[in-house]
Write a protein that binds this ligand. Structure first.
Ligand SMILES: Cc1ncc(COP(=O)(O)O)c(C=O)c1O
Length: 400
Protein backbone atom coordinates (compact mmCIF):
# COMPACT_ATOMS: atom_id res chain seq x y z
CA UNK A 1 0.00 0.00 0.00
CA UNK A 2 1.63 3.32 -0.98
CA UNK A 3 1.84 6.26 1.43
CA UNK A 4 -0.51 8.92 0.12
CA UNK A 5 0.48 12.56 -0.25
CA UNK A 6 2.71 14.54 -2.57
CA UNK A 7 5.04 11.58 -3.16
CA UNK A 8 2.14 10.02 -5.12
CA UNK A 9 2.71 12.70 -7.77
CA UNK A 10 5.24 10.31 -9.30
CA UNK A 11 2.20 8.39 -10.60
CA UNK A 12 0.88 11.41 -12.49
CA UNK A 13 2.20 13.81 -15.15
CA UNK A 14 1.07 16.74 -12.98
CA UNK A 15 3.52 19.62 -12.57
CA UNK A 16 4.97 19.11 -9.06
CA UNK A 17 5.57 22.87 -8.77
CA UNK A 18 1.82 23.41 -8.60
CA UNK A 19 -0.45 22.50 -5.69
CA UNK A 20 -3.23 20.97 -7.78
CA UNK A 21 -6.32 21.30 -5.60
CA UNK A 22 -8.78 21.13 -8.48
CA UNK A 23 -9.15 17.44 -9.28
CA UNK A 24 -12.92 17.85 -8.98
CA UNK A 25 -13.13 20.26 -11.90
CA UNK A 26 -10.60 18.61 -14.19
CA UNK A 27 -9.43 15.21 -13.03
CA UNK A 28 -5.96 13.93 -13.84
CA UNK A 29 -5.17 10.41 -15.04
CA UNK A 30 -2.35 8.31 -13.57
CA UNK A 31 0.44 7.48 -16.01
CA UNK A 32 -0.20 3.74 -15.67
CA UNK A 33 -3.77 4.16 -16.89
CA UNK A 34 -2.60 6.37 -19.75
CA UNK A 35 -0.14 3.63 -20.73
CA UNK A 36 -2.98 1.11 -20.84
CA UNK A 37 -4.97 3.49 -22.99
CA UNK A 38 -2.02 3.84 -25.36
CA UNK A 39 -1.73 0.05 -25.59
CA UNK A 40 -5.41 -0.08 -26.64
CA UNK A 41 -4.72 2.60 -29.23
CA UNK A 42 -1.78 0.62 -30.59
CA UNK A 43 -3.98 -2.49 -30.82
CA UNK A 44 -6.66 -0.49 -32.59
CA UNK A 45 -4.21 0.95 -35.10
CA UNK A 46 -2.92 -2.51 -35.99
CA UNK A 47 -6.38 -3.59 -37.16
CA UNK A 48 -8.81 -0.64 -37.02
CA UNK A 49 -11.80 -2.25 -38.72
CA UNK A 50 -11.46 -5.48 -36.79
CA UNK A 51 -11.13 -3.56 -33.51
CA UNK A 52 -13.99 -1.10 -34.04
CA UNK A 53 -16.49 -3.15 -36.05
CA UNK A 54 -16.03 -6.62 -34.60
CA UNK A 55 -14.40 -6.47 -31.22
CA UNK A 56 -15.65 -3.23 -29.72
CA UNK A 57 -19.41 -3.83 -29.82
CA UNK A 58 -19.90 -7.06 -31.71
CA UNK A 59 -21.65 -5.32 -34.63
CA UNK A 60 -20.05 -7.95 -36.90
CA UNK A 61 -19.06 -11.45 -35.75
CA UNK A 62 -15.82 -11.91 -33.81
CA UNK A 63 -15.82 -15.66 -33.09
CA UNK A 64 -12.49 -15.34 -31.27
CA UNK A 65 -14.09 -13.29 -28.47
CA UNK A 66 -16.66 -14.43 -25.96
CA UNK A 67 -17.65 -10.86 -25.09
CA UNK A 68 -17.27 -7.47 -26.79
CA UNK A 69 -14.53 -5.17 -25.50
CA UNK A 70 -17.09 -2.64 -24.26
CA UNK A 71 -19.11 -5.24 -22.37
CA UNK A 72 -15.96 -6.55 -20.77
CA UNK A 73 -15.04 -3.04 -19.62
CA UNK A 74 -18.61 -2.34 -18.45
CA UNK A 75 -18.51 -5.50 -16.33
CA UNK A 76 -15.48 -4.27 -14.44
CA UNK A 77 -16.89 -0.77 -13.85
CA UNK A 78 -20.28 -2.16 -12.83
CA UNK A 79 -18.60 -4.22 -10.12
CA UNK A 80 -17.04 -1.05 -8.70
CA UNK A 81 -20.28 0.97 -8.59
CA UNK A 82 -22.70 -1.70 -7.36
CA UNK A 83 -24.51 -2.33 -10.62
CA UNK A 84 -25.14 -5.11 -13.13
CA UNK A 85 -23.11 -4.74 -16.33
CA UNK A 86 -26.22 -5.09 -18.51
CA UNK A 87 -27.71 -1.96 -16.92
CA UNK A 88 -24.67 0.23 -17.55
CA UNK A 89 -23.38 1.85 -20.74
CA UNK A 90 -20.43 4.14 -21.33
CA UNK A 91 -21.06 7.72 -22.40
CA UNK A 92 -18.56 10.44 -23.18
CA UNK A 93 -19.37 12.35 -20.00
CA UNK A 94 -22.10 12.79 -17.42
CA UNK A 95 -23.63 15.65 -19.42
CA UNK A 96 -24.35 13.25 -22.29
CA UNK A 97 -25.90 10.71 -19.93
CA UNK A 98 -28.15 13.33 -18.38
CA UNK A 99 -29.17 14.69 -21.76
CA UNK A 100 -30.05 11.16 -22.89
CA UNK A 101 -32.54 10.77 -20.05
CA UNK A 102 -33.93 14.29 -20.29
CA UNK A 103 -34.40 14.15 -24.04
CA UNK A 104 -36.04 10.72 -23.82
CA UNK A 105 -38.56 11.77 -21.19
CA UNK A 106 -42.18 12.12 -22.26
CA UNK A 107 -43.22 15.47 -20.84
CA UNK A 108 -46.03 17.81 -21.75
CA UNK A 109 -47.30 21.22 -20.80
CA UNK A 110 -48.38 21.30 -17.17
CA UNK A 111 -45.77 18.74 -16.17
CA UNK A 112 -42.99 19.78 -13.81
CA UNK A 113 -39.32 18.86 -13.46
CA UNK A 114 -37.65 19.42 -10.13
CA UNK A 115 -34.04 20.48 -9.77
CA UNK A 116 -32.13 22.21 -6.96
CA UNK A 117 -30.35 25.55 -7.08
CA UNK A 118 -27.09 23.70 -6.30
CA UNK A 119 -27.18 21.78 -9.62
CA UNK A 120 -24.36 22.13 -12.14
CA UNK A 121 -25.00 24.99 -14.58
CA UNK A 122 -24.92 22.95 -17.78
CA UNK A 123 -27.30 20.36 -16.29
CA UNK A 124 -29.70 23.12 -15.28
CA UNK A 125 -29.51 24.46 -18.84
CA UNK A 126 -30.31 20.99 -20.22
CA UNK A 127 -33.39 20.79 -17.97
CA UNK A 128 -34.57 24.21 -19.11
CA UNK A 129 -33.99 23.32 -22.76
CA UNK A 130 -36.27 20.28 -22.41
CA UNK A 131 -38.85 22.41 -20.61
CA UNK A 132 -38.79 24.91 -23.45
CA UNK A 133 -39.31 22.17 -26.05
CA UNK A 134 -42.07 20.31 -24.20
CA UNK A 135 -43.89 23.10 -22.38
CA UNK A 136 -43.07 21.54 -19.00
CA UNK A 137 -42.20 23.77 -16.04
CA UNK A 138 -39.00 23.74 -14.02
CA UNK A 139 -39.34 23.95 -10.25
CA UNK A 140 -36.05 24.94 -8.67
CA UNK A 141 -35.72 24.01 -5.01
CA UNK A 142 -33.60 26.39 -3.00
CA UNK A 143 -31.17 24.60 -0.68
CA UNK A 144 -29.61 26.90 1.92
CA UNK A 145 -25.83 26.59 1.94
CA UNK A 146 -24.47 25.24 4.11
CA UNK A 147 -27.49 23.12 5.06
CA UNK A 148 -27.95 22.32 8.74
CA UNK A 149 -28.20 18.59 7.99
CA UNK A 150 -28.80 16.17 5.14
CA UNK A 151 -32.33 15.74 6.51
CA UNK A 152 -32.98 19.43 5.80
CA UNK A 153 -32.20 18.81 2.12
CA UNK A 154 -34.59 15.84 1.98
CA UNK A 155 -37.34 17.96 3.56
CA UNK A 156 -36.80 20.84 1.13
CA UNK A 157 -37.15 18.46 -1.81
CA UNK A 158 -40.14 16.65 -0.34
CA UNK A 159 -41.92 19.98 0.20
CA UNK A 160 -41.35 21.01 -3.42
CA UNK A 161 -42.90 17.88 -4.98
CA UNK A 162 -46.37 18.42 -6.44
CA UNK A 163 -48.95 16.27 -8.20
CA UNK A 164 -47.48 17.54 -11.44
CA UNK A 165 -43.84 16.59 -10.78
CA UNK A 166 -42.76 14.07 -13.41
CA UNK A 167 -39.00 14.00 -12.86
CA UNK A 168 -36.50 14.97 -10.14
CA UNK A 169 -32.89 15.68 -11.11
CA UNK A 170 -30.67 15.31 -8.05
CA UNK A 171 -26.92 15.63 -7.52
CA UNK A 172 -25.04 12.98 -5.62
CA UNK A 173 -22.19 15.42 -4.95
CA UNK A 174 -22.97 19.05 -5.76
CA UNK A 175 -20.59 21.07 -7.92
CA UNK A 176 -19.55 24.42 -6.39
CA UNK A 177 -20.84 23.60 -2.90
CA UNK A 178 -19.32 20.09 -2.77
CA UNK A 179 -22.13 18.56 -0.70
CA UNK A 180 -22.76 14.82 -0.61
CA UNK A 181 -26.55 14.61 -0.79
CA UNK A 182 -28.59 11.77 0.76
CA UNK A 183 -29.65 10.31 -2.58
CA UNK A 184 -31.36 7.19 -1.24
CA UNK A 185 -33.53 9.22 1.15
CA UNK A 186 -34.37 11.75 -1.57
CA UNK A 187 -35.31 8.91 -3.94
CA UNK A 188 -37.58 7.46 -1.28
CA UNK A 189 -39.56 10.67 -0.85
CA UNK A 190 -39.76 11.17 -4.61
CA UNK A 191 -40.93 7.62 -5.23
CA UNK A 192 -43.53 7.98 -2.50
CA UNK A 193 -45.07 10.64 -4.79
CA UNK A 194 -44.53 8.54 -7.93
CA UNK A 195 -41.68 10.76 -9.16
CA UNK A 196 -38.74 9.11 -10.94
CA UNK A 197 -35.23 10.23 -10.01
CA UNK A 198 -32.31 11.01 -12.29
CA UNK A 199 -29.01 11.35 -10.42
CA UNK A 200 -26.09 13.51 -11.52
CA UNK A 201 -23.20 11.52 -10.06
CA UNK A 202 -20.44 13.51 -11.77
CA UNK A 203 -18.18 13.43 -8.69
CA UNK A 204 -19.25 10.24 -6.97
CA UNK A 205 -17.38 7.23 -8.44
CA UNK A 206 -13.95 7.14 -6.84
CA UNK A 207 -14.68 9.82 -4.25
CA UNK A 208 -17.44 8.24 -2.15
CA UNK A 209 -18.73 4.70 -1.72
CA UNK A 210 -21.19 3.97 -4.46
CA UNK A 211 -23.73 1.18 -4.66
CA UNK A 212 -26.18 2.23 -7.31
CA UNK A 213 -28.55 -0.69 -6.74
CA UNK A 214 -28.87 0.28 -3.07
CA UNK A 215 -29.76 3.87 -3.91
CA UNK A 216 -32.93 2.68 -5.64
CA UNK A 217 -33.06 5.47 -8.21
CA UNK A 218 -34.26 5.36 -11.81
CA UNK A 219 -31.22 6.61 -13.72
CA UNK A 220 -27.70 7.33 -12.56
CA UNK A 221 -25.28 9.24 -14.80
CA UNK A 222 -21.67 9.73 -13.72
CA UNK A 223 -18.16 10.61 -14.74
CA UNK A 224 -15.27 8.23 -14.40
CA UNK A 225 -12.84 10.83 -15.72
CA UNK A 226 -12.87 12.75 -12.46
CA UNK A 227 -12.32 10.70 -9.30
CA UNK A 228 -12.27 7.22 -10.86
CA UNK A 229 -9.02 8.13 -12.61
CA UNK A 230 -9.91 7.20 -16.19
CA UNK A 231 -8.73 9.20 -19.19
CA UNK A 232 -11.08 12.01 -20.17
CA UNK A 233 -14.24 11.31 -22.21
CA UNK A 234 -15.34 8.54 -19.90
CA UNK A 235 -18.65 8.52 -18.09
CA UNK A 236 -21.48 6.06 -17.75
CA UNK A 237 -25.23 5.93 -17.70
CA UNK A 238 -27.02 3.36 -15.58
CA UNK A 239 -30.73 2.74 -16.01
CA UNK A 240 -33.07 0.55 -14.00
CA UNK A 241 -34.19 -2.34 -16.23
CA UNK A 242 -37.75 -1.00 -16.60
CA UNK A 243 -36.37 2.42 -17.63
CA UNK A 244 -34.19 1.15 -20.48
CA UNK A 245 -36.66 0.56 -23.30
CA UNK A 246 -37.52 4.22 -23.88
CA UNK A 247 -34.02 5.56 -23.46
CA UNK A 248 -32.22 7.03 -26.47
CA UNK A 249 -28.74 8.40 -27.05
CA UNK A 250 -29.07 12.13 -27.75
CA UNK A 251 -27.25 11.57 -31.07
CA UNK A 252 -29.28 9.31 -33.34
CA UNK A 253 -27.16 6.58 -34.90
CA UNK A 254 -27.12 2.89 -35.87
CA UNK A 255 -28.29 1.56 -32.52
CA UNK A 256 -31.56 3.52 -32.60
CA UNK A 257 -34.46 1.45 -31.28
CA UNK A 258 -32.32 -1.69 -31.02
CA UNK A 259 -32.34 -1.88 -27.24
CA UNK A 260 -30.45 -0.18 -24.45
CA UNK A 261 -26.96 -1.54 -25.13
CA UNK A 262 -27.10 -1.07 -28.92
CA UNK A 263 -28.59 2.41 -28.47
CA UNK A 264 -25.48 3.58 -26.62
CA UNK A 265 -22.82 1.33 -28.14
CA UNK A 266 -23.58 1.27 -31.84
CA UNK A 267 -23.11 4.90 -32.60
CA UNK A 268 -20.90 7.20 -34.57
CA UNK A 269 -17.13 6.83 -34.89
CA UNK A 270 -15.19 7.87 -31.81
CA UNK A 271 -12.12 6.83 -29.83
CA UNK A 272 -13.35 4.24 -27.30
CA UNK A 273 -9.98 3.72 -25.59
CA UNK A 274 -10.91 5.90 -22.60
CA UNK A 275 -13.79 3.55 -21.75
CA UNK A 276 -11.65 0.48 -22.41
CA UNK A 277 -9.05 1.80 -19.95
CA UNK A 278 -11.64 2.12 -17.18
CA UNK A 279 -10.94 -1.39 -15.82
CA UNK A 280 -7.26 -0.43 -15.40
CA UNK A 281 -8.27 2.70 -13.48
CA UNK A 282 -10.61 0.74 -11.24
CA UNK A 283 -7.91 -1.91 -10.72
CA UNK A 284 -5.46 0.80 -9.67
CA UNK A 285 -7.91 2.22 -7.14
CA UNK A 286 -8.33 -1.29 -5.76
CA UNK A 287 -4.57 -1.90 -5.74
CA UNK A 288 -3.99 1.35 -3.84
CA UNK A 289 -6.79 0.26 -1.50
CA UNK A 290 -10.20 1.81 -2.19
CA UNK A 291 -11.29 2.17 1.46
CA UNK A 292 -7.91 3.73 2.28
CA UNK A 293 -8.17 6.09 -0.72
CA UNK A 294 -11.72 7.06 0.26
CA UNK A 295 -10.75 7.70 3.88
CA UNK A 296 -7.60 9.64 2.98
CA UNK A 297 -9.33 12.01 0.57
CA UNK A 298 -12.27 12.53 2.91
CA UNK A 299 -10.05 13.21 5.93
CA UNK A 300 -7.87 15.60 3.95
CA UNK A 301 -10.91 17.49 2.64
CA UNK A 302 -12.35 17.75 6.16
CA UNK A 303 -9.02 18.83 7.63
CA UNK A 304 -8.65 21.36 4.79
CA UNK A 305 -12.03 22.84 5.71
CA UNK A 306 -11.04 23.14 9.37
CA UNK A 307 -7.57 24.47 8.75
CA UNK A 308 -8.50 27.03 6.09
CA UNK A 309 -11.35 28.47 8.13
CA UNK A 310 -9.14 28.62 11.23
CA UNK A 311 -6.38 30.43 9.32
CA UNK A 312 -8.79 32.80 7.60
CA UNK A 313 -10.99 33.37 10.62
CA UNK A 314 -14.11 32.20 8.80
CA UNK A 315 -16.52 29.35 9.61
CA UNK A 316 -16.96 25.82 8.36
CA UNK A 317 -20.52 24.84 9.11
CA UNK A 318 -21.10 22.01 6.63
CA UNK A 319 -21.82 18.79 8.54
CA UNK A 320 -18.98 16.28 8.09
CA UNK A 321 -21.43 13.60 6.86
CA UNK A 322 -22.06 15.84 3.81
CA UNK A 323 -18.40 16.10 2.83
CA UNK A 324 -16.72 13.67 0.45
CA UNK A 325 -13.38 14.50 -1.16
CA UNK A 326 -14.09 18.21 -1.64
CA UNK A 327 -14.92 21.03 0.72
CA UNK A 328 -16.24 24.52 0.04
CA UNK A 329 -15.26 27.19 2.54
CA UNK A 330 -15.76 30.96 2.76
CA UNK A 331 -12.83 33.30 2.27
CA UNK A 332 -12.44 36.32 4.51
CA UNK A 333 -14.73 39.18 3.48
CA UNK A 334 -11.70 41.30 2.63
CA UNK A 335 -10.93 38.91 -0.24
CA UNK A 336 -13.79 40.41 -2.24
CA UNK A 337 -17.32 39.58 -3.24
CA UNK A 338 -17.74 39.71 -7.01
CA UNK A 339 -17.15 37.34 -9.94
CA UNK A 340 -14.33 39.65 -11.01
CA UNK A 341 -12.72 39.41 -7.54
CA UNK A 342 -12.97 35.62 -7.72
CA UNK A 343 -11.44 35.47 -11.20
CA UNK A 344 -8.60 37.82 -10.24
CA UNK A 345 -7.73 35.94 -7.05
CA UNK A 346 -7.89 32.57 -8.78
CA UNK A 347 -5.54 33.76 -11.50
CA UNK A 348 -3.11 35.32 -9.01
CA UNK A 349 -3.04 32.11 -6.95
CA UNK A 350 -2.22 30.12 -10.06
CA UNK A 351 0.31 32.47 -11.63
CA UNK A 352 2.09 33.76 -8.55
CA UNK A 353 1.54 31.15 -5.84
CA UNK A 354 1.23 28.08 -8.07
CA UNK A 355 -2.00 26.93 -6.49
CA UNK A 356 -4.76 25.68 -8.82
CA UNK A 357 -8.09 25.78 -7.03
CA UNK A 358 -11.75 26.42 -7.78
CA UNK A 359 -12.92 29.79 -6.49
CA UNK A 360 -16.25 31.56 -6.98
CA UNK A 361 -18.43 34.41 -5.73
CA UNK A 362 -21.80 33.70 -4.17
CA UNK A 363 -24.07 35.34 -1.58
CA UNK A 364 -21.91 38.44 -1.39
CA UNK A 365 -18.56 36.80 -0.70
CA UNK A 366 -15.91 34.51 -2.18
CA UNK A 367 -15.71 30.75 -1.65
CA UNK A 368 -12.98 28.29 -2.39
CA UNK A 369 -13.68 24.66 -3.25
CA UNK A 370 -10.74 22.44 -2.40
CA UNK A 371 -10.43 19.00 -3.98
CA UNK A 372 -8.37 16.50 -2.01
CA UNK A 373 -6.79 13.73 -4.06
CA UNK A 374 -4.28 11.13 -2.90
CA UNK A 375 -1.45 13.16 -4.45
CA UNK A 376 -2.32 16.09 -2.15
CA UNK A 377 -1.41 16.51 1.47
CA UNK A 378 -1.68 19.12 4.18
CA UNK A 379 1.28 21.09 2.78
CA UNK A 380 -0.85 21.91 -0.30
CA UNK A 381 -3.60 23.17 2.00
CA UNK A 382 -1.12 25.27 3.99
CA UNK A 383 0.21 26.74 0.78
CA UNK A 384 -3.30 27.88 -0.15
CA UNK A 385 -3.99 29.16 3.37
CA UNK A 386 -0.75 31.16 3.47
CA UNK A 387 -1.05 32.50 -0.05
CA UNK A 388 -4.49 33.95 0.63
CA UNK A 389 -3.46 35.36 4.01
CA UNK A 390 -0.36 36.93 2.53
CA UNK A 391 -2.39 38.59 -0.20
CA UNK A 392 -4.84 40.00 2.33
CA UNK A 393 -2.03 41.37 4.52
CA UNK A 394 -0.42 43.03 1.49
CA UNK A 395 -3.68 44.53 0.27
CA UNK A 396 -4.57 45.87 3.72
CA UNK A 397 -1.11 47.49 4.02
CA UNK A 398 -1.48 48.99 0.55
CA UNK A 399 -4.90 50.42 1.32
CA UNK A 400 -3.66 52.22 4.45
C1 LIG B 1 -22.18 18.15 -10.51
C2 LIG B 1 -21.64 18.15 -11.91
N1 LIG B 1 -22.41 17.71 -12.92
C3 LIG B 1 -21.96 17.67 -14.18
C4 LIG B 1 -20.69 18.09 -14.50
C5 LIG B 1 -20.26 18.05 -15.94
O1 LIG B 1 -19.25 17.13 -16.18
P1 LIG B 1 -18.82 16.80 -17.67
O2 LIG B 1 -18.36 18.08 -18.27
O3 LIG B 1 -17.74 15.80 -17.56
O4 LIG B 1 -20.04 16.27 -18.37
C6 LIG B 1 -19.85 18.59 -13.51
C7 LIG B 1 -18.49 19.05 -13.83
O5 LIG B 1 -17.71 19.43 -13.01
C8 LIG B 1 -20.34 18.63 -12.18
O6 LIG B 1 -19.60 19.13 -11.18
Amino acid sequence: MPAFGRTMLTHWHLDPQVAYLNHGTVGATPTRVLAVQQAFRDDMERAPARFLLRELTGTFPAPWRSESRLREAARSVAGFVGARAEDLVFVTNVTTGINAVLQSSQLGSGDEMLITDLAYGAVTMAVHAVAQRTGARVRTVSIPFPPSSSGAVVSAIRDALTDRTRLAVIDHVTAMTALVLPVAEIAEVCHARGVPVLVDGAHAPGSVDLDITDLDVDWYAANLHKWALTPRSCGFLWARPDRQADLHHPVVSWGRDKGFLAEFEQHATHDPTCALSAPAAVALLREWGWPQVRDYIHNLAWEAGRRLTARWDTRLSTPEEMIGAMVTVPLPEAAGSTDADAAALRLALLEEDRVEVQLHASAGRLWVRVSAQIYNDITDIDRLANAVRQRLVVSSVESR
